[in-house]
Design a protein around this ligand. Sequence first.
Ligand code: NZQ
Ligand code: ZN
Length: 383
Amino acid sequence: MNNFEFANPVKVVFGKGTIARLSALIPTGSKVLMVYGGGSIKKNGIYDQVTNALKGFEVTEFPGIEANPHYETCMKVVEIVKEKNIDFLLAVGGGSVIDATKFIAAAYYYEGEPWDILSKGGVIKKALPLGVVLTLSATGSEMNERSVISRVETREKLNFASPMVFPQFAVLDPEVTYSLPARQVANGVVDSFIHVVEQYLTYPVNAKVQDAFSEGLMKVIYEEGIKVLDHPHDYDIRANLMWAATNALNVWIGQGVPQDWSSHRMGYALTAQFGLDHAQTLAILLPGVMTYMFKEKQVKLARMGEVVFGIIEGTEEERARKTITACEDFFRRMGLKTRLSEFGIKESDLDALSAPVDKQGWHLGEHHNIDSKVTHDILMLRL
Ligand code: NZQ
Ligand code: ZN
């Protein structure tokens, strides 16, 4: 196991009816900006629950954070925060709303061009405090220090991480996820499953605790994931998926182990340039990374196959190959596509998709050996 330092300060409030706890979680006297998305919270009752819980606070609202949140929109919100002297941000939504809120919190104090936080690793010294009411379990953003923002002008999508943007609290009520469309439920299952894979499926470093947690999370997400579309109002399935997704990326399982994240980074361009949902990019790319890096990942692929999918027949190499197929079958069973051509993406598009790897100087994967040429090769495998 490698050395690590770990702290996660996010207070989690989990369960039915927990949105009512908001008034006790937000510091008394705060001037709150409630940040939300395209309006789903007004149809499913979450808006009413939140505004009832916020009685007694001075609240301003900003609706309209888009999926894959835009830098341009976030910068408009920063102006509102300044104008209204806001001192607490409340994100009510999925990963997009939470990520936007984190960026707004950081951009508010940032000296210089805030895009540099994303494109140049600009250091965040201070951020506004924020809290979260989660409405879609997928990204783990509710309990981590990460954020992913897109810039429409340049068709770029980039991420940043800073301990300054850990939420102060995250309210997780599984019942609020009942209203999600099937596509978003499936996205959440696949995204959270692949978050575990990114931190687990590298090479063994004898990190038994992290491996056991990761294997348990993948098994739960797989087993509950294939049930949830047929049982959307089953509380136990929703609760287990929600808590699994949070644990999949609260950076706990990644401590002291090598991590990959190449599917994620390569996927940003697929969203920025072709508009694919985040999880959809991963369902296409992960089988490519597994195939291209087969030798490097073979030991853990075989182990994952046994624990998660019950693959016990054959040599280690055969079991590892079957695991790749089992993952792709799982993604398709959830309703996601796994090939670029299913979105009309052709070989002639691949240069543009691999170019951001060069532009950002990325060397991806646990061995840092995925450059833009290898990215191109992996994309070729997924046509
Ligand atoms: O905009 P509204 O009306 O809220 O509708 C949203 C949106 O259309 C809808 N929705 C959310 N909760 C709902 C609901 N509809 C009905 N009932 C509910 N309870 O779902 C749609 C998708 O929402 P979005 O927030 O975009 O989805 P998700 O949570 O999957 O977030 C995706 C974003 O997170 C980033 C992705 O790149 C992408 O930009 N990620 C963030 C990470 C992080 N911060 O750690 C890690 C991830 O790997 C990921 O990159
Ligand atoms: Zn993800």
